[in-house]
Design a protein around this ligand. Sequence first.
Ligand code: ADP
Ligand code: GN1
Ligand code: MG
Length: 358
Amino acid sequence: MKTELMDVLRQFALDAEPISCSPYGCGHINITYLAQTASGRRYILQKINDRTFRDVPALMHNIVLVTEHLQKKVQPPMQALRLVRTLGGAAYLEQNGFWRVYDYVENSLCLQQPESDQDFYEAASGFGAFRQMLTDFPAEQLHETIPNFHNTPLRLQALREKAAEDPMHRAGAVAAEIDFALSRADEMGKIQALLDAGALPLCVTHNDTKLNNVLFDAATRRALCVIDLDTVMPGTSLFDFGDAIRFGAATAAEDVTDLSRMHLSLDRFRAFTKGYLAACPGMSAQELELLPLASKIMTIECGARFLTDHIDGDHYFSIHRSGHNLDRCRTQFKLAADMEQHWDEMHAIVQEEAAKLR
Ligand code: ADP
Ligand code: GN1
Ligand code: MG
C-alpha cells in the first residue's frame, strides 16, 4: 500500500522526493492522505471516489476551471485551493483508480464543529465569499458531476424504492425513520418545485458546505480556504445555506448516538445567517423567507440519503462502525424535528439579521 502511494506521488510535480503519506481528515467520499516531501513541504493526495463521481475527467475539468477562477479572484486573507499537476502536466493520474494532489493549506484548522458563534460566522463569510467569487464564472463550462445532487423529491424517491427493494432486510427495523422522511415529502419538494419553475435564481454554488469543507486560519481563526470542490455546480444559495446549518448549527456531531444531545442552536443559526447575508448581499425577500425551509430540507435530505445507504448496505458514505449510517440518519431527523419546534424563531432571526443590513 505504502509503496503504491509513494509510486503515485512520484508521478506528480512535487518540490522534492516524497517521504511520508498517511490517511487524513474526516471526509465521507474520497480517500484522503497527507503527504510530506524531503523538504518538509506537505501535500494532500486524494484517491477520487469514482463510484460517486462517474466521470472523473469531467469532474477534474471542473476543478481546474474553478481553482483557476478562484486564484484570480480570491482576496487575502483568504486563499484558493491549488492543484498540483502530474509530471506530464495532467490534472490527475489514472493508475488503479484516479488520483489528484493539492497543496496542503498550511497553518490551517479543520473544525468538525464550531467552537464559538464567531467560528460559525467566519464559516458563513468563507462560503458566502466563495459563492460571490463564482457569480461571474461561466456556468455553461461546468459539468454536472452528480446529476440531481440536491433534487430532494428524487432523493426521497430513491429512499422509497430502496425501502421497497430492501436488499439487506433492514427496512422493517427502520420503518419509523422511513415514515419521518416520506411523511414530509410535500414540504421537502417546495424549493425544487420553485427551481423547476424558474422562480429562484440559479448560480454556481458549492453544494457541500459542511464546516469541515472550509479551513480556518490557525492564528486568526478567520475563514481561510474553501475546499472539497467536487460538487461545485449550478444550484441555489438556499441549499448552501441550509447544508451549512444542518452541520454547523447542530449541538452535536452528525453521528452522535445519544440523541438527547442533538438540537438546533439558535445562536449558531443567527451567527451563520448574519455572516452569510453580509457576504452575499442581494438575496430576495423570497429567498430570505425560504432560508429556514432550506435548512430543514437539507437536513431531512441528508438524513434520507444516510437512511437509503443504510438500507442498501452502506455503499455510498464511508462508515466506521456497523449502523453508522443509521446513527447519522437519526441525528438528522432529530435535528429537523427540533427545527420544527423553533420554526418561528428561525424566521424571526432571518428577518432581524436582514433588517440590520438594510
Ligand atoms: P471528501 O470529499 O472525502 O470530504 P475533502 O476534499 O473534503 O474530501 O478532504 C477531506 C479532508 O481533508 C478535509 O475535510 C480536510 O480536513 C482535509 N483537506 C482536504 N484538502 C485539504 C488541503 N488542501 N489542505 C488541508 N487540508 C485538506
Ligand atoms: C459528504 O464529501 P463530504 O464528506 O464533505 C457528501 C455530502 C453530505 C455529507 C454528509 C459528494 O460530504 O453531500 O452532505 O457527506 N458529499 C457527497 O456528511 O455526496
Ligand atoms: Mg469534504
